[in-house]
Design a protein around this ligand. Structure first.
Ligand SMILES: NC(=O)c1ccc[n+]([C@@H]2O[C@H](COP(=O)([O-])OP(=O)(O)OC[C@H]3O[C@@H](n4cnc5c(N)ncnc54)[C@H](O)[C@@H]3O)[C@@H](O)[C@H]2O)c1
Ligand SMILES: O=P(O)(O)OC[C@H](O)CO
Length: 341
């Protein structure tokens, strides 16, 4: 069997928690450059050899270089031709503006890490990539149950890379798989992206239920019925049912709904205390992806006629001023239905 080529030059665009963690994880085996748009922050990161803003307490390996110079970051991969990997590591809201900067450049490929639907358009990340860069740039989504803090510490983690290009997904596996990172290949980009997006909303729901003291039975029910929502929406959009039972569906859903490292779950815990969204955002210092995603998914599901009561309840509490405990009661009071999708 012919050995798939590893990409030895990697640029990570976006120096938040996840971009930094992925850069740390692959820097042991590849020549990696981490780019962040904030020059002051990148200078501080370079000086401290630690991203004190987004990933405090995780030292950068000596081999990992950092920069705020976009041209330098691009040259790192452009000069290497097809043996290079470009990773976009920003939130969904930043994907389009980030990609706009790549337009007209001969980039070899792009792998994105964001999880959500674009607010306003309701597009999945691969659709945004296609809209901005066109069909000719091979693209892949890298997703799965992965807290940045654990990956940066070198703890075991399993991800899936989804692409319609077999060559790209094989190359990403050959490049990123290794050490304590396992990477599985998958061709269901829609399924992978829908799982990664909607689990954020369901983690807000589960955090809220836990914060309200509704118990472990309620938590298990929310996770399971949440998986039914992911599956219904994902299948309506063309995803494959089996994908939702895998790492990027059930796996990420379990992690994010139950792990207190989750920023989405923490939004739910704060909602249960009756805090308004503006206060939660101010206290957490960022907007968790599930917040805008709940609205995007609610709109999309309504358009497609897909029943997503848990998602609707989360959006109603976040944006329409509904009380979390009241929404829990309303969810329970719904008419019975058959369990299967
Ligand atoms: N943190 C995690 O554990 C984790 C794990 C897996 C996936 N993800 C996903 O990865 C994505 C990024 O998450 P994160 O944790 O790194 O977020 P973060 O808030 O820690 O950092 C986001 C980074 O993106 C940058 N950014 C935002 N808009 C940009 C733009 N237009 N151009 C360039 N840079 C831009 C910000 O400056 C910041 O450095 C999210 O979609 C998240 O759901 C996160
Ligand atoms: O901290 P969260 O809730 O954004 O979740 C991080 C990752 O997506 C978990 O896989």
């Amino acid at each position: 069997m012919q050995e798939t080529k590893k990409m030895n030059k990697i640029t990570v665009l976006g120096a938040g928690a996840w971009g930094t963690a992925v850069a740390i994880a692959v820097a042991a085996r590849h020549d990696v450059l981490l780019w962040g748009r904030n020059a002051e922050q990148m200078a501080a990161t370079a000086a401290a050899r630690e991203n004190t803003t987004y990933l405090p307490g995780q030292p950068l390996p000596d081999s990992l270089r950092v920069t705020a110079d976009f041209e330098q970051a691009l040259s790192h991969v452009l000069d290497a031709g097809p043996d290079a990997l470009l990773i976009a590591a920003c939130p969904v809201a930043g994907l389009r503006p980030l990609l706009e900067q790549l337009k007209g450049r001969k980039i070899p490929n792009v792998v994105w890490l964001c999880k959500g639907f674009e607010y306003g358009t309701g597009l999945l990340p691969h659709q945004v990539v296609r809209e901005v860069l066109g069909e000719s740039v091979p693209g892949a989504a890298l997703s799965g149950p992965s807290f940045a803090q654990e990956v940066a510490r070198g703890l075991p983690c399993a991800l899936a890379v989804a692409s319609t290009s077999k060559q790209l997904r094989d190359s990403v596996v050959a490049t990123v798989h290794g050490g304590n990172l396992r990477v599985y290949a998958c061709d269901d980009v829609i399924g992978v992206e829908v799982g990664g997006a909607v689990k954020n909303v369901l983690a807000i729901a589960t955090g809220t239920a836990d914060g309200l003291g509704l118990g472990l039975n309620a938590r298990a029910a929310l996770i399971t019925r949440g998986l039914a929502e992911i599956t219904r929406l994902g299948m309506a959009l063309g995803g494959q049912p089996g994908t939702f039972m895998g790492l990027t569906g059930m796996g990420d859903l379990i992690l994010t709904c139950t792990g207190d490292l989750s920023r989405n779950r923490r939004v739910g815990l704060a909602l249960a205390q009756g805090k308004p969204l503006a206060t939660i955002v101010a206290e957490l210092g960022h907007v968790a992806e599930g917040v805008p995603c709940s609205k995007a998914v609610r709109d999309l599901a309504a358009k497609l006629g897909v029943d997503m009561p848990i998602t609707n309840a989360v959006a109603a509490v976040l944006f329409d001023g509904y009380d979390a405990a009241e929404m829990a009661k309303q969810l329970l009071a719904r008419d019975p239905r058959n369990e299967l999708i």
